[in-house]
Design a protein around this ligand. Structure first.
Ligand SMILES: [Zn+2]
Length: 373
């Protein structure tokens, strides 16, 4: 009798981007610390509690990989350099600092490097090992891209410290940031490349985007002799969410997506739920993706006040598999829920509802697609 092998069940992985709003107690602590009413040690204890609480709550949203909700990060952007404020950085010349303006008008600025050489004051591995103390689940860790931090030193303004020397130091530090997380056993390391789309607003010619990609590839290439690490490193692309608004949703996604595939990465986390024309974006992804790619698509919009239903998520996945092979598909949220630590625009309860809708909707689609085979 012929041995007929049944096709195996195809799992659609689903992952958080990273951040969640900080707990109320931690938000109050951050304020007290800022006002000088709390020591760093006291704040650290509150961060520790918030991480524990967040991990426990995320464990209840579904099985598998989780994050620490970035409870202890000041932001997704400046966590490695914030400990060096103010000795190595200045916000003084604010006009000259790299500033991001969001659709509701609020701004976020990067400080200017004042002291050479560029170095990290904190590596993300500290977040990984802390989370591992409190959860047995696989831990995903987001790290900041070199392209984002390249904006702290746009020109050689420190005597004797060239822009090239700075970029070399930056690339070394980001490589170390990633490597330490992987060596500590992080399940995935996600490079936050939120300025990809933004760059076309600053430079519509696309030259800046190409420079950003080249710089990020300098880091990604450091892992090209390790297929296990390569598999675990992903890149997140989004319109940059903060306080329920985006900084570059108005930049045409179709002019960003093709160039993104020049990145030497195998895993991508693309925002998609917030797009008006999802089919157009999906068609571009289909055209440029390679057989070794894993494409995580955003099926939840963290900036949308409405909570998506599992059925809606399922429908979005069924739409996506018309373009992307199910074996290469994953789901995620369009962005983190609070990339900056003071963002209180969405309640934690609502974030969990959205996460549960993603997890349940992904399982629903997975079941339907496997039974359909
Ligand atoms: Zn994002």
């Amino acid at each position: 009798m012929m041995n007929v092998t049944k096709p195996s069940w195809i799992t659609i992985p689903t992952e958080l981007i990273g951040s969640l709003p900080r707990t109320t107690v931690l938000l109050e602590g951050q304020q007290a610390y800022k006002a000088g009413h709390m020591t760093e040690n006291q704040l650290n204890i509150l961060q520790d509690k918030a991480v524990r609480q967040t991990l426990a709550e995320l464990e209840k949203t579904g099985p598998g990989q989780i994050t620490d909700g970035e409870q202890a990060k000041p932001s997704f952007l400046v966590y490695p350099i914030a400990p060096l404020y103010p000795s190595s950085y200045s916000f003084d010349d604010i006009i000259d600092c790299f500033t991001i303006t969001f659709s509701d008008g609020h701004q976020r600025a990067l400080p200017r490097l004042m002291k050479a050489p560029f170095q990290y004051g904190k590596y993300a591995v500290d977040y990984v090992t802390r989370a591992q103390q409190y959860s047995r689940r696989p831990i995903k860790q987001a790290i900041i891209s070199p392209s984002a931090l390249s904006n702290v030193y746009p020109r050689a303004t420190i005597p004797g410290y060239t822009r090239e020397q700075f970029l070399d130091d930056l690339v070394n530090e980001v490589e170390k940031d990633i490597r330490l997380c992987l060596e500590a056993g992080a399940d995935k390391v996600q490079m936050d490349f939120t300025e990809a789309r933004l760059s076309l607003k600053i430079d519509p010619s696309g030259q800046l985007l190409k420079q950003f990609i080249h710089l990020n590839n300098r880091v990604l290439d450091r892992f090209d002799n390790n297929s296990e690490y390569q598999y675990k490193i992903g890149v997140h692309i989004c319109p940059g969410g903060d306080r329920d608004s985006y900084h570059s949703l108005d930049v045409d996604y179709s002019s960003v997506l093709p160039i993104i595939f020049d990145l030497h990465a195998s895993t991508f986390y693309f925002s998609l739920a917030s797009e008006r024309d999802r089919k157009k974006s999906l068609a571009i992804i289909r055209k440029f993706m390679k057989p070794n790619h894993r494409i995580f698509l955003g099926v939840i919009d963290p900036c949308d006040a409405r909570v998506e239903t599992a059925e809606q998520v399922c429908d979005r996945i069924l739409e996506a598999v018309r373009y992307i092979p199910i074996e290469q598909l994953g789901t995620t949220d369009d962005c983190g829920y609070a990339p900056f630590s003071d963002d209180e625009s969405t309640t934690r309860a609502k974030c969990y509802d959205k996460i549960r809708a993603r997890v349940d909707g992904t399982r629903m689609a997975e079941r339907m697609l496997n039974l359909r085979k």
